[in-house]
Design a protein around this ligand. Structure first.
Ligand SMILES: Nc1nc2c(c(=O)[nH]1)N[C@H]1C(S)=C(S)[C@@H](COP(=O)(O)O)O[C@H]1N2
Ligand SMILES: [Mo]
Length: 492
């Protein structure tokens, strides 16, 4: 048996936690997944403070589940913090001999903390209303149990939990039902963009289960649980450090420049060998050289910094060939991919393609970026890879295997397929190349199945170098090795 005093404390803690949940839900109901959501800073802080090994495990092993868990952990931490504030409010009211004033004390405390966390009035009001509702239920619902002691009985805890669940359900459900989701209105696509998108569609291989050359669903990697959402009018990038003249470029400045459209593929250093963190899009923007030349950069390195606190460093030479993207597939750059502007650095691992870009700091000496501080080596050029993403049985009984191949700016010369575990090799068909320096290709190979067998694929890059066979896991410098899969024709 738990001693009564402890039981009461636990129940009081549960009551307070219910208030914290209601505060988080109330804020969500009003502002949703915005940077002003009270849980955003807490949740982002938990990711920043999490041990490097845990972050690496979450990314390489858990993938999307890892980010969901991180998000859930952040929500729980925010509810716990606000729950603590609720507890303080209830205890203060009880000590003052006015337990019925607990909701007022709770509202004040949550108001102050939520305002500090969110910096936004609407989000704070949501949190206060949520917490105050639950505290009111707790204060009134104690009924005869009430002795004026905040550690009163189970009935309170139950009522508070029920109230918190109701607030959360109303908040989340109401938001889903009524809140304006991100503007889905599609902008008219310019003719030259439309022509390039059509070219990509036309060159895409017709294989069931294989995404077209313009990815339908572009992968995402974010260190923050809640992405920044800066408005175009408020955005600027500061070019400073080892420069002849510090400059600041606004969105209007970028809009006034000549725009280009580039096909660029991205691949994350933390993906698994045959993983899906490799995608391609048509990006619209301006060459970064046009942005930084006025500042007259004098150092050999650069640190890019972003609105979510992310930062990555690499040699300035790579930046000179980079691109500042403000559009993706004919639409304004989506929030998830770094709106209003992100860097694209040809041929390099995804991580230095900094989203929500705010600063270009030129450096005389090398420095350490966000992922490198956590042990990764992901600022260099990508490894060559041939993915095996589709395995189909055709109507005529043949097997069709297909995927994408990518080697950054080295390009893809050929893809080879073995259907006998690597003893003999044949050339796969490649999709016609899209224009651009840093674009993936697709490959397909069809054959008569020899019974149960093992398919192996490997790419040869544009310099004629065969993709290395030795297998390495993603950490620290990206996966390597040949993708293979055992195929049982009759089970397809
Ligand atoms: N500001 C910022 N930029 C970022 C990241 C980030 O978390 N924050 N993630 C990086 C990583 S690790 C990768 S692989 C790519 C992924 O870009 P995407 O999310 O548009 O696919 O963005 C890079 N740029
Ligand atoms: Mo990445």
């Amino acid at each position: 048996m738990i001693p009564t005093a402890w039981r009461r404390r636990l129940l009081a803690a549960a009551t307070a936690f219910a208030g914290g949940i209601a505060a988080v839900a109330g804020s969500y109901a009003v502002v949703g997944d915005a940077p002003t959501f009270v849980a955003a800073p807490v949740s982002n802080l938990t990711v920043t403070l999490a041990p490097a090994a845990l972050v690496t495990f979450a990314i390489t092993v858990l993938g999307d589940l890892g980010s969901d868990l991180a998000y859930g952990g952040g929500l729980a931490a925010a509810a716990a913090l606000l729950g603590f504030v609720v507890a303080v409010g209830r205890i203060a009211a009880a000590r003052a001999g006015r337990p019925l004033l607990a909701p007022v004390a709770v509202a004040l405390g949550v108001g102050v903390v939520a305002a500090a966390l969110s910096g936004a009035f609407d989000s704070t009001v949501g949190a206060v209303v949520g917490a105050a509702l639950v505290s009111t239920v707790a204060a009134l619902g104690a009924g005869d149990e009430s002795t004026g002691d905040p550690t009163d009985g189970p009935r309170r805890a139950l009522l508070s939990a029920a109230a918190a669940i109701a607030v959360a359900a109303l908040g989340v459900g109401g938001r889903r039902a009524f809140a304006p989701s991100d503007p889905v209105e599609r902008a008219p696509v310019e003719d030259d963009v439309a022509a390039l998108l059509a070219e990509a569609e036309e060159k895409s291989l017709d294989v069931e289960g294989l995404e077209p050359l313009i990815s339908d669903d572009f992968y995402r990697v974010d260190v923050a649980n809640v992405d920044p959402d800066p408005a175009r009018e408020d955005w600027s990038v500061r070019i400073h450090g080892a420069v002849g003249e510090e400059t600041t470029v606004t969105f209007a400045d970028v809009e006034a420049m000549d725009h280009e459209h580039r096909f660029v593929s991205l691949r994350c250093v933390g993906e698994s060998l045959n993983g899906r963190k490799l995608d391609n899009a048509l990006w619209t923007g301006v060459p970064i050289a046009d942005l930084i030349d006025d500042a007259d950069p004098e150092g050999d390195y650069v640190m890019l910094r972003a609105a979510d606190g992310f930062y990555e460093e690499f040699p300035v030479d790579a930046l000179e060939t980079g691109f500042l993207a403000v559009g993706m597939n004919g639409q304004p750059l989506p929030r998830a991919h770094g709106a209003p502007a992100r860097a694209l650095i040809p041929g390099h691992w995804g991580e230095i393609n900094v989203k929500w870009l705010t600063e270009i700091e030129i450096l005389d000496e090398p420095a350490t970026g966000y992922w490198e501080e956590r042990g990764w080596h992901g600022t260099g050029p990508v490894n060559t890879v041939a993915k095996l993403w589709a395995t189909n049985r055709l109507n005529d009984g043949r097997i069709e295997v297909a995927g994408a191949a990518y080697a950054g700016t080295r390009g893809i010369k050929s893809v080879e397929v073995s259907v006998d575990g690597g003893d003999t090799w044949a050339a796969a068909d490649l999709s016609d190349p899209l224009p651009g320096e840093d674009v993936w290709r697709q490959w397909v190979y069809r054959y008569d199945p020899p019974g149960q067998h093992e398919v192996v694929v490997r790419a040869v890059d544009g310099t004629g170098t065969l993709q290395p066979e030795d297998e390495k896991r993603a950490f620290p410098s990206g996966p390597s090795g040949w993708v293979s899969r055992s195929v049982a024709p009759d089970s397809l």
